[in-house]
Design a protein around this ligand. Sequence first.
Ligand code: BG6
Length: 511
Amino acid sequence: MKGNNNKTENQLLVIFGATGDLNKRKLMPSLYALDVLNLLPEKLAIVGSGRTVLTDEEFRHSMIVAIREFSKEKDLSKVEAFASRLFYQTVNPSKVDDFQILNKRLESLREQLEIGSQNIIFYLSTPPSLYEIIPQGLAAAGLNNEEKGWKRLIVEKPFGYDLEGAEKLNTSLQKNWNEEQIFRIDHYLGKETVQNVMVTRFSNGIFEPLWNRNFIHHVEITSAENFGVGQRGGYYEGSGALRDMVQNHLLQLVSLIAMEPPASIDANAIRNETVKVLQSLRPISEDKVGSVAIRGQYVESQIQGAHIKGYREEAGVDPASKTETFAALKFYIDNWRWGGVPFYIRTGKHLPTKVTEAVIHFKPTPHHLFAQKGSCDTCNQLIIRIQPDEGILIRFAMKTPGAGFRVENVSMDFHYSDLSNVRIPDAYERLLLDSMTGDSTLYARIDAVMAAWKFIAPIQNAWKNNPEIPVYGYPAGSWGPDVADNLIEEPEMTWRHPCAALTSDENFCKL
Ligand code: BG6
């Protein structure tokens, strides 16, 4: 993994919610991967924390088990050595004294391991209900004080449940922590292929001149999953696809696709440009929501002979739930580059395959000289595949060999998997390393988070307050409600139906 020239200083990393799923599945395997790559600070103590009472040894053991289960590293021979960097401290967030005890423990670890300065990251991998109380407890124990070393706070999503909630959370955090100390995670920004959007656009002379309203017909972004909410029904009921995926991951992706070139790759220069996109999203008025935002919910179906439960039958879900598991939107970005270009985004659970991609549809030639095989108004497409089969594909028209001028669409593609020596790191590896070096480029700044909530707010309100806006049922395993197709109003144009493999030929999809 490259991209970070900052020296990683000695430090402590405290993970709240250390017995939880995110820590086991993502954080520990990512920290282990960084260790294997020799990217961790020379002196580092990783302190797991939570209400559960555990010894260091018990914590180490359960993390070794988790890394063995979830790590994608081939070499697991260093897991025990890695685990020697792990410690555990019980903290009940509602007990003020526990933060003092934590402070003392960190101090003694710092001395014992000769860490030197008091640089500490606090990672909130907990339920969102603790996002105010833990930072307050830390501050009350003086653990936000930067006199003898920096202090950083990583906050997982969701950052609030709506505009007001996000404002309230931010006000609470900023009483004790300044913006430079707060790192808001959106794990999509840590994905290699999401970062590659900027590199593709700004390090090639051939795309940028076409990247505007004069040449682009529309932009389509899909993030599909081929599974349901599983054990997360309780969480998902209070969230839904709009909050879970659109407000954060998809709008961040939109901002990278639509941003102006930054003057440098400095964190603020980049974030100044991405926020402008979010601030330029044309507001959708509540009375228009029904026609430009479609919500759906998967219903029971059979997939390859297996019975799939509907969302309302999932554990933790209200049998009369109106929570959307599918959302599709049409919107515009009101600025000079994008004036009049529709953006279509959709996401959903239990769609036919797991895939995230952005498709840039270019305008057709002004005059059709040749008879084209099949109807095609926007033949030229650039497909940026975020996952899986990460890569890029360009579609264009070519002459079919033989008499006359028959024209067919072909494609040129690049797949990261062709680079056999390249391993795509997990998003959390990059984000954890960046937080250790203090690089906030790939973390969401508060103005961007607020701009995204502001855009989403009327949709949330309309869906909440207006029962006449239907929640369309769609069979699990389908591409969502048919009515979502009508969002794309152009005749003979519809959403792409991507496969797991990056290919322009949707007929060859093996789902
Ligand atoms: C999370 C959502 O933020 O992103 C999940 O809460 C979703 O519901 C996940 O499954 C998707 O992430 P990825 O990296 O698998 O596309």
